[in-house]
Design a protein around this ligand. Structure first.
Ligand SMILES: CC(C)(COP(=O)(O)OP(=O)(O)OC[C@H]1O[C@@H](n2cnc3c(N)ncnc32)[C@H](O)[C@@H]1OP(=O)(O)O)[C@@H](O)C(=O)NCCC(=O)NCCS
Length: 211
């Protein structure tokens, strides 16, 4: 079965999330170079940095090919025309599940950007008719990463031993999961709270009505 192509761009309140293309090779290199020590503890691919320009272009060609054939979408987080991180939707073994990944530029953390991107991509994932669950995975030692799905109302779906792939990791994978039905309930309670308070949607924590 050929998977449906994932969207290549979406806007949230502050961010543009858009697919990296091969033309962005220098933009991505600069964003990564600025964040090497910030990302090294948690992102296994940092071990390959600094990457030759031609190697990075080849990786980005692969991303492009994969996206065109219905695979992962690997995106830039753009704020006010500047790159402030990376995110994306990734396909796993279960064709009804998508996983969200993210990293945020070291000078832009603590502003809710990862939470905003993950919230938006969860909505994008459930706009795909075949998707029933969305997951976020992180190593147990990566507390900042785990705070993102927790704030969004994802349920903790367990921990399991995993290979240590980056120097900050302890080797325990934490899985957070949200189902289509739970996400719809979370959205409904968030909108209801916003209507009652007369303010914009509540950012955190999200809780489905009656739970
Ligand atoms: C993990 C990581 C992506 C978090 O990014 P972030 O943008 O700082 O995350 P958020 O801002 O959404 O949440 C962090 C803080 O912002 C605060 N915040 C501010 N405004 C917010 C809003 N509108 N909504 C939600 N949180 C908000 C939160 O309270 C939180 O603060 P706290 O940790 O004191 O509770 C970032 O630290 C990072 O890039 N780490 C290195 C790479 C990495 O670990 N990636 C994940 C691999 S699994």
């Amino acid at each position: 079965m050929v998977a449906v192509q994932l969207p290549e761009a979406v806007r949230s309140r502050r961010l543009l999330l858009r697919r990296w293309t091969v033309d962005d090779v220098d933009l991505l290199a600069a964003a990564v170079a600025n964040n090497i020590e910030h990302l090294r503890p948690w992102m296994p691919w940092v071990a390959d940095e600094p990457m030759a320009r031609s190697d990075r272009a080849a990786v980005m060609h692969d991303w492009d090919r994969s996206w065109r054939s219905g695979g992962d979408v690997v995106m830039a987080m753009v704020l006010d025309d500047g790159v402030v991180g990376g995110t994306g939707l990734h396909r796993g073994r279960d064709p009804r599940c998508l996983e969200i990944g993210y990293w945020v530029d070291r000078d832009h953390t603590g502003q809710g950007l990862a939470t905003e991107a993950a919230e938006t991509l969860t909505g994008v994932a459930f706009s795909m008719p075949d998707i029933e669950t969305v997951e976020i995975h992180h190593d147990r030692a990566n507390v900042a990463s785990g705070a993102v799905p927790a704030r969004l109302g994802y349920a903790c779906a367990g921990e399991r031993p995993d290979r240590v792939q980056a120097p900050g990791e302890c080797g325990i994978d934490c899985t957070w999961r949200v189902t289509r039905a739970r996400w719809a309930a979370l959205r409904a309670s968030q909108l209801a709270a916003a209507r009652i308070s007369g303010r914009g949607p509540r950012r955190r924590p999200m809780r489905p009505a009656g739970r």
